[in-house]
Design a protein around this ligand. Structure first.
Ligand code: 13P
Ligand code: 13P
Ligand code: MG
Ligand code: MG
Length: 381
C-alpha cells in the first residue's frame, strides 16, 4: 500500500476590517492555484479553510513531507491570494510572506506547515486543529492530555494498542535542537521541558506501535523569530490521527473542555484562554481575540479527502465535520470568556502580558531604548 502524505500549510496574508477574516476572493485565489496543481498531478486532493485571519491549505499527495513541489504549490497559492489581498487593500496584505521568492520549502519563509506520512488504515479519520492569535506551544497542554494522561484518555488504559504510551518529539525553537522522549517512562522530563513555552513545543507524536507510526504533527514555525521583529503571530495548526490504535475522537477533543492558557493574543503580546469555536464564528473581535481554536474532521480515502459532501463532487470541494460548532461547547465558550474578561483586567502587566524574552520582538525594546538615559542609579548601601 502506498504511503500517503497529508500537508497542512497555513499563512495569514491579510484580512478585512483588522486581523479578523480573509476576503472570500482570497480563498478563491488559493483554490484556483490548487485546482491547477491537481490538474498537473502534483496533489491528489485539497481543502481550503481558515481560522480568524489565517488561511489553511490541506493537501494529500504521494511526495512525502518537506517536498519542494508541494510547498512551492502552497507558496504560489498564497502569493496569488496575497495579490488579491493587495488589490483589495485588506489589512496586513501579504503579512506572513516574509521573503520575495520561494526556495526549497516553506520553512523560514513565513508560512507554517504540519505534515505527516502514513500507510492509510482501513478507515483514516483525521482531526485538523487550527488556532489564531497564538504560538506553537499552545498545543502542549492538549497534546499531553490526549497522548499522555491516562486520567483523560481512557484508551491509554483500556486499548492494548495504546497501553504502552506514545513518543514525543520536542523542538527547542530558539537553539534549533530536537529531542524525542517516551511517555509514560519519561513523562516528568517531558513536562519539565514543555513547561517553558517561550522555547519548547511538541513537533510530532508517534505511536510505539511501528505499524501505526505518526500520531500528530504541529506547525512550529515562529514568525517573529524568522522576521527578527513583530509582524504577526504564528497561529499554528496541528493534525491528529483518530481511532483504531490512536485516541478516539472524544479523547482528542476532551482537553478543550478545560481552559487552556495560551500566549500570543493582541499584538502577539498577551496571554489568553483558548476559545473553541466553529470556523464560521472564529473571527477574533474581543481585544483582537480571544485566541480561537477550530477543529475539523475529514477522512483520507484512497489518498483523497472525504467529508460530508457527495463523493463525486468536484476536487477540493469538501464539507468537514466542524466539531466545536455544536451547542454542547457553549458553556465551555462561556467559561473561556469569563477567564478572558478576568485576565483583561490586568492590562499589560504580567502575567496578562508575555514575559520579556517574548516581548523582544514587539515595539517594547524601542520604548525602553527611548527611556534608557532617564534611568538613574539607585544608591546601594
Ligand atoms: P462506536 O462504538 O460508536 O464506534 O464508538 C467507539 C469509540 O471509540 C467511541 O469512543
Ligand atoms: P495575527 O497574528 O493573527 O495577524 O494578529 C496580529 C495582531 O497583532 C492581533 O492583535
Ligand atoms: Mg493578521
Ligand atoms: Mg492570525
Amino acid at each position: 500500500m502506498a504511503q500517503i502524505t497529508v500537508s497542512l500549510i497555513k499563512a495569514d496574508i491579510g484580512s478585512v476590517g483588522g486581523h479578523t477574516r480573509p476576503h472570500p476572493s482570497m480563498m478563491e485565489a488559493l483554490k484556483d492555484v490548487l485546482r491547477d496543481g491537481y490538474a498537473k498531478n502534483i496533489i491528489n486532493d485539497f481543502y481550503v479553510t481558515r481560522v480568524g485571519d489565517d488561511m489553511q491549505i490541506i493537501m494529500t499527495h504521494n511526495k512525502g513531507i518537506d517536498n519542494s513541489e508541494i510547498h512551492g504549490l502552497a507558496w504560489n497559492a498564497f502569493v496569488e491570494a496575497s495579490n488579491v489581498a493587495k488589490k483589495l487593500k485588506v489589512y496586513a496584505a501579504g503579512q506572513d510572506l516574509l521573503k520575495d521568492a520561494f526556495s526549497g520549502n516553506i520553512r523560514g519563509l513565513g508560512p507554517g506547515a504540519a505534515e505527516m506520512t502514513f500507510e492509510e488504515r482501513r478507515s483514516e479519520p483525521l482531526v485538523f486543529f487550527m488556532a489564531d492569535k497564538t504560538a506553537p506551544s499552545a498545543y502542549s497542554v492538549p497534546l499531553l492530555n490526549i497522548f499522555a494522561n491516562p486520567f483523560k484518555t481512557a484508551g491509554l488504559v483500556i486499548d492494548p494498542r495504546m497501553h504502552d504510551g506514545f513518543k514525543f518529539q520536542i523542538f527547542d525553537l530558539i537553539d534549533h535542537k530536537e529531542i524525542t522522549l517516551s511517555s509514560p517512562e519519561e513523562l516528568n522530563d517531558i513536562l519539565a521541558i514543555l513547561g517553558d513555552t517561550t522555547r519548547f513545543a511538541i513537533k510530532r507524536v508517534f505511536s510505539k506501535n511501528e505499524e501505526l507510526g505518526i500520531a500528530a504533527s504541529v506547525s512550529t514555525e515562529r514568525l517573529n523569530l524568522i522576521a527578527g521583529k513583530y509582524v504577526g503571530k504564528d497561529d499554528p495548526v496541528c493534525i491528529v490521527r483518530a481511532q483504531s490504535g490512536f485516541p478516539a475522537l472524544g479523547e482528542i477533543l476532551q482537553p478543550f473542555m478545560e481552559p487552556i492558557f495560551v500566549p500570543g493574543w493582541m499584538r502577539g503580546s498577551h496571554n489568553g484562554v483558548f476559545y473553541p469555536v466553529s470556523v464560521e464564528e472564529s473571527d477574533p473581535t474581543y481585544f483582537d481575540g480571544p485566541p480561537p481554536i477550530c477543529a475539523i474532521g475529514l477522512h483520507v480515502v484512497n489518498g483523497k479527502l472525504q467529508g460530508l459532501e457527495d463523493p463525486s463532487s468536484e476536487v477540493g470541494e469538501h464539507i468537514p465535520v466542524d466539531y466545536f460548532k455544536f451547542p454542547c461547547w457553549n458553556h465551555i465558550r462561556e467559561e473561556s470568556m469569563r477567564l478572558n474578561v478576568a485576565i483583561r483586567k490586568q492590562g499589560s502587566i504580567m502575567p496578562a502580558i508575555l514575559p520579556p524574552e517574548e516581548m523582544e520582538y514587539t515595539t517594547r525594546p524601542q520604548v525602553l531604548e527611548k527611556l534608557k538615559d532617564r534611568f538613574t542609579k539607585i544608591p546601594q548601601k
